[in-house]
Design a protein around this ligand. Structure first.
Ligand SMILES: Nc1ncnc2c1ncn2[C@@H]1O[C@H](COP(=O)(O)OP(=O)(O)OP(=O)(O)O)[C@@H](O)[C@H]1O
Ligand SMILES: [Mg+2]
Length: 276
């Protein structure tokens, strides 16, 4: 099954192609029948209940976990191929909890993004400084660039980690719950930043979030994952709660009350019932 999302880029250029993967963790089947294509410039929101496999899917795309079958290709290469170094940015679920005992300034953290296997010994340092400057500016952390990361707010820390990815010139940025632990203003400006990266810089973003309201504001395309992909389509067509419950084969969705009043949407189509 291919994505139903209408592509904003007419000449769509696939960046990620996941074909029929299944992933086991500790002997338990966590993901199955996953088929997913993401094109350049897309901003894709990945949602699903706790334990539904969102982080597992991210880690499999990154090549940190192996799929039991099927294939993952990024820019036509296998995950972790050395040519991909720097092309992929990863902002982990724990990014806002960077170890507090490490003494590292924002600028130093961002600079780490410019260091990778291919350029370790011959990277021109002026160019490296430029990349660092630009990344810090893009996330609006110039004022705190010489401050220890331990002293930043949660939202600033997320920005710093995103800047590290930008400094690496990552074209495809994966974020796992970047909105956790940050206040509403920080959340909105982070979403704006990410949206701008897609629109103005041609970056491609895959972002996991529990904050359904926030992610629907920004992502063009939504994926609902629960062991397999149960919905993949335009954000406007994302199902409401009743339909979600139906997709999940359960009664009314138990769970996060704060999602309830946001989950109503006018159009309901392209819902993929699980194929048996
Ligand atoms: N290191 C691990 N070893 C074994 N099983 C794991 C491991 N990490 C996760 N799992 C299991 O894999 C399944 C999917 O977990 P995953 O972390 O991908 O879910 P998630 O959708 O990211 O959840 P959350 O919203 O809580 O972050 C769960 O059943 C979980 O218990
Ligand atoms: Mg997770």
């Amino acid at each position: 099954m291919h994505s139903l999302a209408t592509n904003k880029n007419r000449d769509s250029e696939p960046i990620l192609d996941v074909k029929d993967i299944a992933v086991y963790r500790s002997g338990k089947l966590v993901l199955q029948n996953i088929n997913l294509t993401i094109n350049r410039g897309e901003f894709v929101g990945l949602v699903g209940p706790n334990g539904s496999g969102k982080s597992t899917l991210m880690l499999t795309i990154l090549g940190i976990l192996n799929s039991y079958r099927g294939s993952v290709s990024i820019y036509g290469l296998q995950p972790q191929a050395s040519l991909l170094f720097g092309k992929i940015g990863w902002v982990s679920q724990a990014a806002s909890n960077l170890p507090k005992d490490i003494r590292l300034t924002v600028r130093e953290l961002v600079r780490l993004g410019t260091i990778h296997g291919r350029n370790m010994f011959n990277f021109k340092s002026s160019r490296q400084q430029e990349q660092v400057d630009r990344a810090i500016k893009m996330v609006d952390l110039e004022d705190v660039q010489h401050i220890d990361i331990a002293r930043l707010s949660g939202g600033q820390r997320q920005r710093a980690v995103i800047a590290r990815a930008l400094a690496s010139k990552a074209e495809f940025i994966l974020l796992d719950e970047p909105l956790v632990g940050i206040d509403r203003d920080a959340r909105n400006s982070l979403l704006k930043l990410l949206d701008g990266l897609c629109h103005n810089e041609g970056k491609t973003i895959l972002m996991v979030s529990h904050d359904l309201a926030a992610i629907r504001q920004t992502a063009h395309r939504m994926i609902f994952l629960e062991e397999t992909i149960r919905f993949d389509g335009d954000t406007e067509e994302f199902p409401d709660l009743v339909e979600l419950a139906d997709l999940r084969g359960i009664g009314p969705v138990h769970g996060h009350a704060e999602h309830v009043h946001h989950a109503d949407s006018g159009h309901h189509s392209h819902i993929h019932k699980e194929e048996e």
